[in-house]
Design a protein around this ligand. Structure first.
Ligand code: PLP
Length: 404
């Protein structure tokens, strides 16, 4: 039998750090453990009913059964432009400044193919969404990691990037509200991004997947709201998190028309767009009433408060999210990220994601996702409490500040 070698780009994929965790999870499940899985970045809530109903109607129409256009139906792109106008007061030309995507992951995965030559550099936040460096690798580029550190508010420090790297950089990925750190940012950060991008001719790709998952009424801004952003970049967006539509596969990119045209060149040659019935349902999704959206936010806020207060009560250092459905939490000594995840899984059946899985600067943290009901979160806190005591006994570590 011939052996088929994987291509170098596949061989060179970074080790999949979550594989060990997956194996432990399967092992726990096979033992019959009542697992509380806080590792999944996928909403457990259903897609709102009116969107599902719109899909049912749309799927009946034979006109939608044919190949869609790769760039999206005009009505979909107009709906995106309309949503940006209402939500961010940003005016977009739906013909040239909006592009449909088969989920924003598709666009993020493809953009380096359009703009990164072998040897070029992409600036990539770390910890971060693993697709940024992998897409760069697939294009033959090199990722320069920009560490997101707590002391910098989880923003990249551009002064730490060598001039020689900036000169070779063709793309920069940024992502706020941020997965996994939950950090949000401000206009002045985006202004710095634009200044840097102008100076070094870098295309900015802002990933705004979590802009609608926010707390306490503090709505994150769009990169596209900032003067000059459309000169240097684009923003990726998605219906996945906003409307609980991760399985539907629809997203979009907006902004610089030249950059979108480059991404479009890749797409016309690789895919055939989004099923039109899904685009029809998405148009309806953009019109979702505030009461539905604040209902979804309310669910996450109750969960956030339960987990944040619970973990803090155990003496853990937790970043309180203003947005996203993640809690970025420091692991208590003597554990490292993977050790802590393994320990609480073994002793309590609670599963978190080790921070180093998002890049080495994430070492020392774990990510908890708020994708289970409040009662399960409370149960998880109780169990982690016991797991920490267990760790305390085993390790005799006096730095664990546990309440009796
Ligand atoms: C979930 C997520 C996405 C969105 O993925 P889709 O492909 O649109 O479902 C993009 N970026 C980040 C950081 C995410 O966590």
């Amino acid at each position: 039998m011939p052996t088929f070698e994987f291509a170098d780009r596949v061989k060179h994929l970074p080790p999949y750090l979550f594989a060990a965790i997956d194996a432990m999870k399967q092992e726990a499940l096979s033992r019959g453990v009542d697992l509380i899985d806080l590792s999944i970045g996928d909403p457990d809530l259903p897609t709102p009913k009116h969107i599902v109903e719109a899909m049912k109607e749309a799927v009946e129409k034979p006109a939608h059964h044919r190949y869609p256009s790769y760039e999206g139906m005009p009505a979909f792109r107009e709906a995106v432009a309309g949503w940006y106008k209402t939500r961010f007061n940003v005016a977009l030309d739906p013909r040239t400044e909006v592009l449909s995507l088969i989920g924003s992951k598709e666009g993020i995965g493809h953009i380096p193919l359009a703009f990164v030559n072998p040897g070029d550099v992409a600036l990539v936040p770390s910890p971060g969404y693993p697709v940024y460096p992998v897409a760069t690798l697939f294009a033959g580029g090199e990722s320069h990691l920009m560490p997101l550190l707590e002391e910098n508010g989880f923003l990249p420090d551009f002064r730490a990037i060598p001039e020689s790297v900036l000169k070779k950089a063709s793309l920069m990925f940024i992502n706020y509200p941020n997965n996994p750190t939950s950090a949000v940012t401000s206009r002045s950060f985006y202004e710095d991004v634009i200044e840097l991008a102008r100076k070094y001719h870098i295309i900015v790709c802002h990933d705004a997947a979590y802009s609608e998952i926010y707390y306490d009424g503090r709505r994150p801004m769009s990169f596209m709201e900032v003067d000059g952003s459309a000169e240097v970049g684009i923003e990726f967006h998605s219906l996945s998190k906003t409307y609980n539509m991760t399985g539907w596969r629809i997203g979009f990119a907006v902004g610089n028309s030249r950059v979108l045209a480059g991404l479009g060149k890749i797409k016309t040659n690789l895919d055939s767009g989004v099923f039109e019935a899904i685009q029809e349902a998405a148009i309806v999704a953009f019109g979702t009433g505030e009461e539905v959206l604040s209902g979804i936010r309310g669910v996450y806020q109750a969960r956030r408060d339960a987990l944040y207060n619970g973990l803090r009560g155990l003496g853990l250092h937790v970043i309180k999210p203003e947005a996203t459905f993640y809690l970025w939490t420091k692991v208590p000594p003597p554990f490292d990220s993977s050790g802590f995840v393994a320990h609480i899984l073994e002793t309590s059946g609670v599963l978190a994601t080790p921070g180093n899985g998002f890049g080495s600067p994430g070492e020392g943290y774990v990510r908890f996702a708020l994708t289970v009901p409040v009662e399960r979160i409370k149960e998880a806190v109780e169990r982690i409490k016991k797991a920490l005591r267990e760790g305390f006994r085993k390790n005799g570590n006096a730095s664990l500040n546990l309440k009796p």
